[in-house]
Design a protein. Sequence first.
Length: 277
Amino acid sequence: MIENLDQNQIIFIVTLMAASAVVVGFMAGFFGIGGGLIMVPILFYIFSFVGIEQAFIMHLAIGTSFSIIVPTSIISTMTHMKFKAVDFSIVKTFGAFVAIGVVLGTIFAVSLKTSSLVLFFSIMTMFFAIYFLMAKEKINPAQREINLIYRVICGFLSGFLSAPMGIAGGVINTPILKMFGYQIKVAIGSSAAVGFLIALIGAIGFAVSGSYFNINVPLSLGFVNVPAFLIFVPITMFMAKIGAKTVHKFDKRLIGKLLGIYLFIISCKLFYEYFSF
């Protein structure tokens, strides 16, 4: 358990978290994805290493991921705003339906066992890996209004699917906005703003649900680990700003492919973990 860790192990864990936060923060700003796809697997293995009860490992990783994404998404959104790359009409368009999706998705996630959450995350991560590896830059169609039916369906699915994964929904919302003709930079910036809403509701939901079930996880508020939050947040906030600036002057196709490879490896590893439960 945590209390049995020696000084070298604690230093290793803190260093690993700090190094991970650098990558997570940059990716959050660069792709407008919040960083959850990268962060959740890392937190899962860190919590496993320190001896967190297996029944709560994935829930704790997801809840902590959401809490970290909240301030990171604020910095990312503010930076994108400076480049006039955030369309707040999109936030208003999706907001209510995203919120409903996150609430129901959180209830769904909390009801699942760790093994089921790992399987869900593995399947969705493999899907996203294939998307990043296969995606090609295309000329955007003319921008058009998103009608009510699409707002309901896309908003709800974005929130519902994000909740059991601890992600801000950028990998879902950015392609949707591109499909409706939004320029990639506006799609990314606006996704970051929607991601704040997803992360905030998700973090509150996992913190409250963990407290409601009276889980006994040291140094945690419900399903939110406080030390991980304190280590990740300042670093991810700083790096998100750098990532958000970089996307406006960098060809992101190569990094997109590398992210796809990373997600493919993580998905395969978590599939293995699922069959090990």
